[in-house]
Design a protein around this ligand. Sequence first.
Ligand SMILES: OC[C@@H]1[C@@H](O)[C@H](O)[C@@H](O)c2nc(CNc3ccccc3)cn21
Length: 470
Amino acid sequence: MPDHQDLGHRDLQNQPDHDHGALSRGDFPPEFTWGVATSSYQIEGATSEGGRGPSIWDTFSATPGRVVDGDNGDVAVEHYRRYQQDADLMAGLGVDAYRFSVAWPRIQPTGSGPVNQAGVDFYSRLVDALLERGITPWATLYHWDLPQPLEDLGGWPSRDTAYRFAEYAAHVADALGDRVKHFITLNEPWCSAFLGYGSGRHAPGRSDGAAALAAAHHLMLGHGLAVQALRERVPDAQVGITLNLYPVTGAHDGHGVDDAVRRIDGLSNRWFLDPVLRGAYPKDVVEDVAHISDLAFVADADLETINAPLDFLGVNYYTRHVVAPGAFPGTGLVEFTDRGLPTTAMGWEVDADGLFDILTRVTRDYGDLPLVMTENGAAFDDEVGADGTVHDPRRIDFLAGHLAAAARAVRAGVPLRGYFAWSLMDNFEWAEGYAKRFGIVHVDFDTQERTVKDSGRWYAAFLAGDRTQY
Ligand SMILES: OC[C@@H]1[C@@H](O)[C@H](O)[C@@H](O)c2nc(CNc3ccccc3)cn21
């Protein structure tokens, strides 16, 4: 296993691998926060309304071949105009909280300069609609929709973008900080950097390893600067960052597997966990990437800024990575394999134990920082039946199994404080367009009709305290 500096070993009791049986909200601490999550570009639509400027996802989805079926977020699920109806949906589910993201291009259409008051007013109305229904707003400042003019100036590989992000964070804090007390600076900098600038699979669609590493650094620098801006303006706020984390397991115990696990754990998890929570890049991974970049973009005080004290770490968990050395030993190439487990419509193996493993690992290796599951969910091909219902038993099984794993982690001593199901409703699934449905509420993308799926009814019953078998 990688050489982790053990910051505070906790005696995390081992638990049985599977404890099938009954599960209820009572298996979690009474103050545990239960919610649903979305993001601006995936649900709002109205991309040319209210003074909003273009984002890199507007540009990317308009580029032929980038998104399945040429889908884009122009309409999405019309949340910009249906937010009251959607707030009613959330109230009907009985959630405590709603994690949404603020679209930077609505607040600052060019990514800098004075705020667009119509954009501020929309999020102010949304926050008020939530509070009126007793739902606590959790605001993500950045969920991938970078204003296009900032990309034209260099995007996240450019240090200036980090400074623009901190200025944007200050504007959001000024506008919403009187009512919003939970902020997530970034959603998944790994995706923004490595899918956006490394593989090109996400906006802005660049394929440049050195640029991806610079983007990762400046995203994290922007995070640290934004934490300062939020703390100055909203001293009673709870502030965190969301990382998509993966337990990494060897496909077998043969030669080279341990190094394959170390490499992928390093690039997937520690490249972000270590700077944010320890104030240093992991030395072994710095060596792994030395042939791509000498990290010359790192300035002296950067890691101290990035290591800003947090109130929680958001964890997005979907599946485990299973790896083996690539075909050419010694090249560092790694193969991702599967175990033949059931998969979701995304092709991701369903592995609830992986949730327990990643939560206990983070607590064991990085200490007692409170954790919040800011995303967990599954895509399946749901259909509305003739009777108007949507039967999605696999999503119920997925949620129940992962909540049981979360309960096991809590019993093992993990300071888990909340869980947000991804997603409230079917929406624009990035490069997959509308072909992949993650919602616990079905959306007919032609009529915009919302239909609570069986999984939404199950989640509502769970939140109401019903005990559920699984
Ligand atoms: O793909 C489902 C969700 C997505 O809709 C969210 O906006 C995003 O925060 C999110 N992150 C992951 C995990 N990482 C990931 C890996 C490859 C492609 C897309 C996301 C899954 N999801």
